[in-house]
Design a protein around this ligand. Structure first.
Ligand SMILES: O=C(O)[C@H](O)CO
Length: 332
């Protein structure tokens, strides 16, 4: 008789808000997948069979859910790099490991960062609106943008994603400054022509574009607030691809309204999505995307493959390649 596959609970598979069916098939090759709805049909019978919980960031691993997966739960594997939605010490205290999928998300997130930066600098979305409006006869003054080529880019958080942003910015001949808890080695810096700014304030004062690429931790929550925004040039643009909580949004609204900075391009907000009446949604100098940094087919596939790799290792009692132990680094 064929051995029964390991049971895994998936935060969402398929459906309107779920993961793509073809990716679910990768999981199903290795696991007996059940989703929340099925679990809830008989939590007492199903819960204790589950060894793996596959998560995506929108689905917090609530305490009662996790407790219902005992005693079998071996690992919680989160797709993506951010693990701010997970209580790692609590999960560890249940005897389960936590893993994420860093590395595979960096290219698509860095690509989107450049997209946001360029779209905001060159008012691409405003241009699109005008181009498709039959009443428009000419290019208005309001479509004048700021030059990206040769400008100064300040990257806050020079982890893998920050570094890939720097690589891409070389193509735009940008002067690159970065601020990080630990300085990169000289070879890394030279390879992307990036200069270390020990002082975040100096980076903010000098940059035409400030990109936030830090992880959300207690140290980075509210990292960019009123004081930091007031140090930026009035012609500068803030780009955030990390987490909404890194920026004080009320201070950001004020800075954008008063013109103390030129614009903001945000792939992340707090909360997500913003309430429909949130002032950020009504500002002409804000571009918002709904947290799509990792949303490409290639990246999604690679994430799921990494999730499987981590889960199989945990189930077999082998070292888990991307086990999250403690958040030692801030950058993403
Ligand atoms: O953390 C990540 O990888 C992305 O932001 C998706 O959550």
């Amino acid at each position: 008789m064929a051995e029964e596959k390991t049971w895994a609970l998936v935060s969402e598979v398929g459906g309107e808000h779920g993961y793509l069916e073809e990716l679910a098939d990768i999981l199903k090759q290795h696991f007996r997948i059940i989703c929340y709805r099925e679990l809830l049909e008989d939590p007492v019978l199903h819960g204790p069979k589950i060894q793996v919980l596959f998560m995506w960031k929108y689905c917090p691993a609530a305490e009662p859910l996790l407790l219902g997966l005992l005693p079998s739960l071996k690992v919680v594997v989160s797709g993506g790099v951010g693990i701010d939605h997970l209580d790692v010490p609590f999960i560890n205290s249940l005897g389960a490991k936590v893993a994420n999928t860093p590395g595979v998300v960096s290219d698509s997130t860095a690509d989107l960062t450049m997209g946001l930066l360029l779209a905001s600098a060159r008012k691409i979305l405003d241009g699109h609106q005008i181009a498709i409006d039959p009443k428009t006869m000419h290019i208005p003054q309001s479509l004048m943008g700021v030059e990206v080529t040769g400008s100064t880019l300040g990257i806050i958080g020079m982890g893998e994603i920050g570094y890939k942003i720097a690589q891409r910015s070389n193509g735009f001949e940008m002067k690159i400054l970065y601020h990080n808890r630990t300085r990169r080695n000289v070879e890394d810096e030279q390879a992307v022509r990036a200069s270390y700014c020990e002082s975040l304030d100096d980076l903010l004062r000098q940059s035409d574009f400030v990109v936030i690429a830090v992880k959300l931790t207690s140290d980075t929550t509210g990292l960019v607030g009123h004081r930091e925004l007031s140090l930026m040039k009035p012609t500068a643009t803030l780009v955030n691809i990390s987490r909404g909580q890194v920026v004080d949004q009320d201070a950001l609204v004020k800075a954008l309204q008063s013109g103390s900075i030129r614009a903001a391009a945000l792939d992340v907000t707090h909360p997500e999505p913003l309430p429909r009446d949130h002032p950020l949604l009504g500002l002409p100098n804000v571009l918002i995307t709904p947290h799509i940094g990792i949303s490409t087919y290639n990246t999604a596939r690679r994430i799921v493959e990494k999730m499987v790799e981590n889960a199989l290792a945990a189930v077999k009692g082998l070292p888990v390649p991307n086990e999250v132990k403690l958040q030692l680094h801030n950058q993403c």
